[in-house]
Design a protein around this ligand. Structure first.
Ligand SMILES: [Fe+2]
Ligand SMILES: [Fe+2]
Length: 146
């Protein structure tokens, strides 16, 4: 049985789910930067803070696209774990980035199916940036000292 063709409504719902998780990433990086403890606080604080600009850029692309398609951007931020433990923070961030990449891959296929090549290109650029975030955090967790 073939899958149902994707509608604009389905794409808008997906883009809003993506936007909500970009808001989550912005909050996660901001609060983790403030809360992080331990001997690597200074370095991790800078790393977390540094991610915010790109996540804000992703939120802008999504909110602009949702508005252009006649949709209503979400104001929802999905909950996430607050902790002061640096390793736990990095594990939470790694999982969030992994799930985010999977969502964007699905969105890219939907955009392609709808023939919105401009959105395909925008999503591919976002995927490339999320992959860098993901790989960086994975390498930070390798040989974690404690
Ligand atoms: Fe992002
Ligand atoms: Fe990211």
């Amino acid at each position: 049985m073939s899958q149902k063709p994707i509608t604009l409504q389905t794409l808008l719902e997906g883009l809003n789910r993506d936007l909500a998780h970009e808001f989550q990433a912005i909050m996660m990086y901001r609060l983790y930067a403030s809360l992080v403890t331990g001997p690597m606080r200074s370095e991790l604080r800078e790393f977390f803070s540094g991610e915010i600009t790109e996540e804000l850029g992703h939120a802008q692309v999504l909110a602009d696209k949702i508005a252009a398609l006649g949709g209503t951007p979400t104001t929802t931020v999905p909950p996430f774990e607050l902790t002061r433990d640096p390793k736990r923070m990095l594990e939470n961030v790694l999982q969030a980035e992994r799930e985010t990449i999977e969502r964007y891959k699905e969105r890219r296929l939907q955009a392609q199916e709808l023939g919105d090549i401009a959105l395909v290109v925008q999503l591919e650029n976002i995927i490339a940036e999320e992959q860098v975030h993901h790989d960086e955090v994975r390498q930070m967790l390798e040989n974690w000292p404690y």
